[in-house]
Design a protein around this ligand. Structure first.
Ligand code: AMP
Length: 250
């Protein structure tokens, strides 16, 4: 069984981003970039399926600028077998365009399982996996916290409001990862070295026959309002008094 894992290069989660002065977006010049954390979880899950003898090959795919190669090499160092880079240059790739690109790759690769992150932490869209599943007409289980693959089916536990839901999906299927699915491993130095020799194919959106023209226009990006400074209160009675009479929340 082949598993396909789409991985996105995003601003590292430790970086505090700044909005550009003209309000057109976030300044990512000279900022540390990393693999989207939910995609690390997706790679880990796919590699564990391979280690368990369930998956035979793990293919990772990333769409974006040429530097996405670094993200793919990281995924290869974590245990993926092969990588596909869809080099779209500076084009702003929106979720529908990415879903179409991944569909084109999936049509070629014929995976039985595609594991997306539940969302990319840059735009927080939470759309690509769902759009891909819809384009393919495949079953999907989003926000997975447990995945068991056996007998041509995936049994997926999902984190839903107030509890857990367990679904059974016929393969081929789409899963999107939640935080508690697993704890990704770190890449070891020998594996980082080995990853340099693993195959990485580069394609352009036109090679896949996909039109990636943006459908959405960003009108404005702005900082959240600054928080007011807090005040120290001497005792519980003062706190209760303030909550009652000033904030009027109790
Ligand atoms: P989003 O819908 O943007 O929140 O992203 C959800 C998931 O789709 C991510 O966790 C990735 O698995 C995948 N994805 C989004 N954008 C890309 C991209 N440019 N290249 C590869 N995978 C992507």
């Amino acid at each position: 069984m082949k598993v396909l894992v789409p991985v996105k290069r995003v601003v590292d989660y430790n970086v505090k981003v700044r909005v550009k002065a003209d309000g057109t977006g976030v300044d990512i010049a000279n900022v540390k970039m990393s693999m989207n954390p939910f995609d690390e979880i997706a790679v880990e899950e796919a590699v564990r399926l391979k280690e368990a003898g369930i998956a035979t090959e793990v293919v990772v795919v990333s769409a974006g600028v040429a530097a996405c190669q670094e993200t793919l090499r990281t995924a290869l160092a974590l245990g993926a077998d092969r990588a596909v880079l869809i080099d779209s240059g500076d084009t702003d790739l929106q979720p529908l365009a990415v879903a179409k690109l991944i569909k084109a790759v999936a049509d070629k690769e014929q995976p039985q399982l595609v594991v997306f992150g539940k969302q990319a932490i840059d735009d927080d869209s939470n759309q690509t996996g769902q759009m891909f599943a819809a384009l393919q007409g495949w079953p999907q289980a989003t926000f997975a916290s447990k995945v068991v693959v056996a007998d041509g089916k995936a049994t997926v536990t999902r984190e839903v409001d107030g509890g857990l839901e367990t679904l059974e999906l016929a393969l081929p299927a789409v899963v999107t990862t939640d935080l508690r699915l697993n704890e990704p491993r770190y890449a070891t130095l020998p594996n980082i070295m080995k990853a340099k020799k693993k195959p990485l194919e580069t394609l352009k959106p036109a090679d896949l026959g996909v039109d990636v023209t943006p459908r959405l226009k960003t009108l404005k990006v702005s900082e959240p309002p600054k928080r007011q400074a807090g005040v120290m209160v001497p005792d519980v009675a003062t706190l209760v008094n303030k909550l009652k009479n000033e904030a009027k929340v109790i």
